[in-house]
Design a protein around this ligand. Structure first.
Ligand code: ADE
Ligand code: ZN
Length: 340
């Protein structure tokens, strides 16, 4: 990679549309909270965490097991606050100006943590990150698709007191065996509450789940959606309807969705006119957003213009609108002028 491309990746203002708080607890934070709360982890250093992940994560299901394990260090409001605050610090370092964070409360609920504890901690973290680092955070409340539909509908209803901090609903966790359509009611409720709708679909399951996400759940965005490439009619539909695929190529490589990283579908999908952005998904497992951008250069041969397109999409198709675009476009103008 040229020094200029490396600098573009570092310095370009970026949005991140797809990152899960519970899967993103930085190693330093997990170790500190584990110690403070007396929660034993199977590693005691950042390198140990990396080694543990490399040994144990081979696909989406084994990833979810690890995700649940590390998240168990969070018990109190202060813990949830610190996780978001530390993520904000990492975002600032990478020149991320806008970040859409999935808050997967059900992963905390299954350990008996009340919703108010989690939401108050996250919201205080969000406000502190804006104040101290200038990073705008938007929350997507994530449905755990592996739970019974009635429980997922109840989760969405229970978001009512938090509508000033939650802007969207999403759906994640294990995909195989849990089709989108199971949660039609939860999405209907979310729609009535005025929430933006997105869902993980076509990650480690097929195109039907993507069709169902956009046609039955009414999703305005799809997370991952990498399998769309298998259905030309779906590719056309996504392109025509300007539905953003919030992709995470390194994460997909970790869970081994393609034979090799060079086979990732983001390139042919973008070539076919599908809007894509890239995100880290779960940085301690996968690497941060800078690493994600470096990945599409190294594995797929993306050049400056494609990198700028990805970053622009992250801000142009954001849940909150296009308010970061003017500053982004000015930055790109200055960057291009520098070359001439
Ligand atoms: N939760 C965190 N990361 C996820 C992913 N890649 N797919 C589904 N659920 C997730
Ligand atoms: Zn995800």
């Amino acid at each position: 990679m040229t020094e200029r491309v490396a600098r573009l990746i570092r310095e370009m203002p970026k949005g991140e549309n797809h990152i899960h708080i519970e899967g993103s607890i930085p190693a330093r934070t997990a170790l500190r909270l584990g110690k403070r709360n007396g929660v034993a982890l199977p590693f005691d250093s950042e390198a140990g965490m990396k080694e543990f992940i490399a040994k144990n994560v081979v696909d989406l299901n084994s990833f979810m097991k690890c995700d649940r394990l590390v998240n168990s260090v969070c018990l109190n409001e202060q813990d949830y606050y610190e996780v978001v605050y530390d993520l904000g610090e990492d975002a600032k370092r990478q020149n991320i100006v806008y970040q859409e964070l999935h808050l997967d409360y059900p992963l905390n609920e299954e350990r008996g943590i009340p919703i108010d504890v989690v939401m108050k901690g996250y919201e205080a973290g969000r406000q502190a990150v804006l104040k101290d680092f200038g990073v705008e955070i938007v929350f997507i409340a994530g449905i755990d698709r592996s739970l019974p539909p009635e429980q997922c509908s109840a989760f969405v209803r229970n978001l009512e007191p938090y509508l000033d901090m939650v802007d969207a609903v999403g759906m994640d966790c294990e995909e195989q065996g849990y089709p989108c359509v199971l949660h039609k009611e939860a999405y209907e409720i979310a729609g009535k509450m005025g929430l933006f709708k997105t869902a993980h679909a076509g990650e480690d399951d097929g195109c039907q789940n993507i069709w169902d996400a956009i046609d039955i759940l009414g999703c305005q965005r799809v997370d991952h959606g990498v399998r769309a490439i298998d259905d030309p009619a779906l590719v056309r539909e996504l392109a025509d309807r300007k539905i953003l695929l919030a992709m995470c190529t390194r994460s997909n490589n970790m869970t081994r969705l393609f034979p090799t990283p060079a086979d990732h579908s983001i390139k042919p999908l973008m070539d076919a006119g599908v809007l894509c952005s890239i995100s880290s998904d779960d940085p301690p497992y996968v690497g941060d957003l800078l690493w994600e951008y470096e990945g599409v250069v190294e594995n797929l041969g993306f050049g400056e213009d494609k990198l700028i397109e990805l970053a622009r999409n992250s801000l142009a198709y954001s849940i909150k609108g296009q308010h970061h675009l003017p500053a982004f476009d000015d930055w790109v103008k200055a960057w291009k002028a520098e070359q001439n």
